[in-house]
Design a protein around this ligand. Structure first.
Ligand code: GLU
Length: 487
C-alpha cells in the first residue's frame, strides 16, 4: 500500500471513553501510517454539541496516549467544519444532485402507513423531488423548514474493499439520504465525506459496521467530483459467545484495562491480533515488529473474537519482561487505590519492595494481581484465606509442629536459605512427616494463602523478625480458634 503520501484518520464519535473497537481501528490506521511513513490524523466527530469538546476529547486522547498512538495532525473537531459541510450540501443542491425536502418525519411516516410498508423497509418516496422548482424556491424563501436530500442516482455502486474484496450495492436499495437537517446541521455521511475530502484522506479504515454507509459516501464523492479513497472495513469484534462485543462481556473501555493492570504493550499486541494475522503462529509482537509487518491486506474479514484469557496471557508475558523497578509505581498505585499502600518505600523497605515485586511478577498476569498478593508482605493485618486454613491447619497438631519449627529456626545462627531448609527438613524427619506437612501450613501462616511463591522465597522476602512473629501469631490463632484475622 502507498508511500509517504498515505493519509489516514481515526474519527471517533466521542462517547466519553475509548472503546476497544475504536482503539483497534485507531491502531490499524496508526500502524499503516507508521508502516508506510504516511500521516495519521485524529478527528473528533463531535456533531453532538451538548457536551464540551475538552471533556470528550480528553477520554480519547488519554486512551490513545496510554497506548502510544500518537497523531501527526489534529485533533480536529468535526463541528468546526459546519460552514464547509453546508457549502458542500448547497453545491450539490445547485448542481441538481440534491433537492429541498419539506416533508416532516411525520408526513413521511403517514405515507408509509398508507402504503402499508413496515417501518425500516420504506424509502423516501421523492415527493419533494417532484415539486416544481419555483414552488420549492418560494417555500424556502417563505421560511418553510426543509432538509437537503441527496438524489441517489440509478445504477450500481461498487468498490474493491481491501479487506472484503469487491462489494456492490444496487442504488435502488438506497434511500435519498438527508445531507442537511432542517436546522442546517450536517448528517454523518455528508460531514464524513466533506472532512475526508478536506483532509485529503487516501485510505478510509474503519469498522465493518460502516459498510452500508460506504455506497452513500461513494456517491457523494462522485457527485462532488472528488477522487475516491481506498476503503478497508475491519472486522467486527465478538465476545466468546459469538455475539457482538458489549458490556455484557466485561470491560469494553480501554481505561478499564489500564485500571485492572494491563500494560499498554500487551493491549497493543492484543488489539493488533483482533483481525490481523502475520500469517505465522507468532503471537507476541513488539510495537516495532507490528509497524514493520502490518499491512491491511492481512486483515481478515471474519469477526475477531475477544479472548480475555489471551490478553491476560500476553500481559503476563510483558509483565515478566519488564524490570521490577518499572512495575513498582504501577503496583504502588493499585495498593494505594485499595487503601493498602505499604508503610515505607524508602531505603531498605524499597529494596524489599522491589524484591517482592520481582518474585510476584513471575507468577502474575496483571499488576493488580501483583498488588493484591504484595499486601501480605507488608505490615498490614494478615487475612487468612478460610479455604487455605481449612485445608492446611489441622488444629493442635499443626500448631505443635509450627511451634517446633519456630524453635528450630529461632536457634539458627545463620538465617539463610540453606540453614532454614536444613532446619525444616531435619525437623520433618524427626517428626516423621513429609516436609509439606510443615511447608503448607507455614505458607498460610506467613502470607495467609495456600498459593504463592516458594516457601524460602517468602521467608527471605519477609525477613527473620516478621517470619518468627507471624508463625507465633498463627500458632496463637490455631490454638484459640479455627482461623481468623491476626490483629
Ligand atoms: N464517527 C464514526 C464512528 O465513530 C466514524 C466512522 C468513519 O470512520 O467514517 O463510527
Amino acid at each position: 500500500m502507498s508511500g509517504p503520501s498515505l493519509r489516514v484518520r481515526f474519527a471517533p464519535s466521542p462517547t466519553g471513553f475509548l472503546h476497544v473497537g475504536g482503539a483497534r481501528t485507531a491502531l490499524f490506521n496508526w500502524l499503516l501510517a507508521r508502516h508506510t511513513g504516511g500521516t495519521f490524523i485524529l478527528r473528533i466527530e463531535d456533531t453532538d454539541r451538548e457536551r464540551s469538546n475538552d471533556e470528550l476529547t480528553a477520554a480519547i486522547v488519554d486512551g490513545m496516549t496510554w497506548l502510544g498512538l500518537d497523531w501527526d495532525e489534529g485533533p480536529f473537531f468535526q463541528a468546526e467544519g459546519l460552514k464547509r459541510h453546508q457549502r458542500d450540501a448547497l453545491a450539490l443542491l445547485e448542481a441538481g444532485a440534491a433537492y429541498r425536502c419539506f416533508c416532516t418525519p411525520e408526513d413521511v411516516d403517514r405515507r408509509r402507513v398508507v402504503a402499508g410498508i413496515r417501518e425500516g423497509a420504506f424509502r423516501y418516496d421523492r415527493l419533494c423531488h417532484r415539486l416544481d422548482p419555483d414552488v420549492s424556491l418560494r417555500r424556502a424563501a417563505d421560511g418553510d423548514a426543509f432538509t437537503v436530500r441527496f438524489l441517489v442516482p440509478r445504477g450500481v455502486t461498487r468498490w474493491a474493499d481491501v479487506v472484503h474484496g469487491p462489494i456492490e450495492f444496487d442504488n435502488a436499495e438506497i434511500e435519498d439520504l438527508i445531507l442537511l437537517r432542517s436546522d442546517g446541521t450536517p448528517t454523518y455521511n455528508l460531514a464524513v465525506v466533506s472532512d475526508d475530502v478536506e483532509m485529503h484522506i487516501t485510505h478510509v479504515i474503519r469498522g465493518a459496521d460502516h459498510i452500508s454507509n460506504t455506497p452513500k459516501q461513494i456517491m457523494l464523492y462522485q457527485a462532488l467530483g472528488r477522487p475516491l479513497p481506498v476503503f478497508a472495513h475491519v472486522p467486527l469484534i465478538h465476545g466468546e459467545d459469538g455475539k457482538r462485543l458489549s458490556k455484557r462481556h466485561g470491560a469494553t473501555a480501554i481505561d478499564q484495562y489500564q485500571t485492572m493492570g494491563i500494560l499498554p504493550e500487551a493491549m497493543v499486541n492484543f488489539l493488533a491480533l483482533l483481525g490481523w494475522s502475520s500469517g505465522t503462529d507468532q503471537e507476541i509482537f513488539s510495537v516495532q515488529e507490528l509497524i514493520e509487518r502490518f499491512t491491511i491486506e492481512q486483515v481478515n474479514k471474519k469477526a475477531a473474537i475477544f479472548d480475555v484469557q489471551k490478553l491476560l496471557w500476553l500481559n503476563g508475558h510483558y509483565l515478566r519482561s519488564r524490570p521490577a523497578a518499572d512495575i513498582v509505581p504501577l503496583v504502588l498505585e493499585h495498593m494505594r487505590v485499595a487503601g493498602n499502600a505499604p508503610p515505607a518505600s524508602a531505603g531498605a523497605e524499597h529494596d524489599r519492595f522491589l524484591a517482592v515485586i520481582g518474585t510476584l511478577q513471575a507468577r502474575s498476569r496483571t499488576t493488580e494481581e501483583i498488588a493484591t498478593q504484595a499486601v501480605a508482605y507488608f505490615d498490614h493485618a494478615l487475612q487468612y484465606d478460610p479455604a487455605a486454613v481449612r485445608k492446611h491447619w489441622k488444629g493442635a497438631e499443626t500448631a505443635d509442629r509450627l511451634a517446633r519449627l519456630r524453635e528450630v529456626w529461632t536457634a539458627l545462627d545463620r538465617w539463610d536459605d540453606d540453614a532454614l531448609e536444613a532446619g525444616l527438613r531435619g525437623l520433618a524427619e524427626t517428626l516423621g512427616v513429609k516436609a509439606g506437612m510443615l511447608i503448607h501450613p507455614l505458607r498460610v501462616a506467613l502470607i495467609g494463602a495456600a498459593d504463592g511463591p516458594g516457601i524460602f522465597d517468602i521467608v527471605r522476602l519477609l525477613g527473620r523478625e516478621r517470619v518468627l512473629h507471624r508463625v507465633e501469631q498463627a500458632i496463637g490463632t490455631m490454638r484459640s480458634t479455627a482461623g481468623g484475622t491476626v490483629p
